[in-house]
Design a binder for this molecule. Structure first.
Ligand code: KG4
Ligand code: ZN
Length: 335
């Protein structure tokens, strides 16, 4: 099956074609970062309007890249949620109407299922079962994954998501929006031991996360130290988040008895996190799987893949156009 994937949950328009026999055929992404920069965050109405403008040209671009026409598409997968309601509706409407005109099925995909299956786009793909760490701008989750649609929540964020903590900390260091990657770059030139920030909730057996308190510690340290030491502050913050995530992942592997760890979501692109997880898991004889950095952040390929696996297994839905801004991953069922 050749499945067109459509991702519009937030501020990137992502389109891709995934072929269940030959793998990923083509993908393209339009990021709205420049559009929202002046506002310090995503403006939902601007995001929706931009998706409307970008969607069809990107579909044409991806089909041309894959040397296909619309008639060669066997199914369409779109992000149904979670995400911004207006942004979700643009992708859902495109997917459902295009599928209607082509007389092919369209299927809504859970955005986080897309993230957690993204490592299956790589070679070698992880085998089920595994533990998944999803760390994005909106979520920090540890899930036990027995198979597609067989998800058990192990740990959740009590306040800020990991990516949100990166973005908010970047903002208070004057690094703009979205600040996560900029903060990670600044941290490279700092000393991670110069400031010692707390590793939240690592002194308790829970697999939940809490990152909001760190921000305050960083703010106080940054004010006291002055701008010339911001690189050290950034390095100290990044080390605290990474240590906390690594500690929780290793504990989740121990508790679940799984031998494989999958890392996904935007913060999965963080180089220090990738290195430390690799080292920590190796010490326990466990394997870690990451998507390439471009498939850690939002993209159409992960939605095409997740939808293709479900469509190929025979899953279908009616022609209603659906967008679900809040959606619990653990309520999903196998195809
Ligand atoms: O998965 P994603 O693209 O969007 C959501 O579904 O939320 O994740 C975006 C998040 C942002 O908070 C961004 O700052 C963070 O991922 N991020 C990073 C890095 N690259 C992206 N955080 C830390 N280090 C990075 N290299
Ligand atoms: Zn995402």
């Amino acid at each position: 099956m050749r499945v067109l994937g459509v991702e519009t949950s937030c501020d990137e328009t992502g389109i891709a074609v995934y072929d269940t026999e030959h793998g990923l055929r083509a993908h393209a992404l339009h990021t709205q970062a420049a559009l929202h920069q002046d506002y310090g965050g995503v403006v939902p109405e601007l995001a929706s309007r931009d998706h409307v403008l970008r969607l069809l040209p990107l579909v044409d671009e991806v089909l041309a890249q894959a040397r296909m026409t619309r008639r060669d598409v066997d199914g369409i997968a779109y992000t149904e949620g979670p995400g911004l309601i207006g942004a979700l509706l643009t992708g859902a409407t495109l997917a459902k109407t295009l599928a209607w005109t082509l007389d092919i099925p369209a299927l809504g995909v859970h955005h986080l299922e897309g993230h957690l299956l993204a490592p299956l786009l790589e070679d070698p793909p992880p085998a089920f079962p595994f533990v998944a760490l999803i760390v994005s701008g909106g979520h920090s989750l540890l899930m036990d994954v027995a198979g597609i649609g067989r998800y058990t929540l192990l740990g959740d964020t009590l306040d800020d998501a990991a990516g949100e903590a990166f973005d908010k900390t970047a903002k208070l260091l004057g690094l703009g929006y979205p600040g996560g990657p900029a903060l990670a770059r600044l941290a490279e030139s700092g000393d991670p031991k110069a400031f010692r920030f707390a590793r939240p909730l690592t002194d308790r057996p829970t697999l939940d996360f809490s990152f909001s308190g760190l921000k305050t510690q960083v703010l106080l340290a940054a004010q006291k130290a002055g701008p010339e030491r911001h690189a050290d502050v950034a390095a100290g913050f990044q080390a605290a988040v990474v240590d906390t995530l690594v500690w929780k992942c290793l504990r989740a592997l121990d508790q679940s008895g799984r031998a494989r760890l999958v890392v996904a979501g935007g913060v999965g692109a963080n180089l220090r996190l990738r290195a430390e997880l690799q080292a920590g898991a190796a010490r326990r004889g466990a394997a870690v799987y990451f998507p390439r950095p471009a498939f850690c952040t939002d993209n159409g390929a992960m939605i095409a893949l997740a939808g293709a696996l479900r469509l190929a297994a025979g899953e279908r839905e009616d022609a209603c156009i659906r967008a679900t801004p809040r959606r619990d991953l653990a309520t999903l069922t196998p195809p």
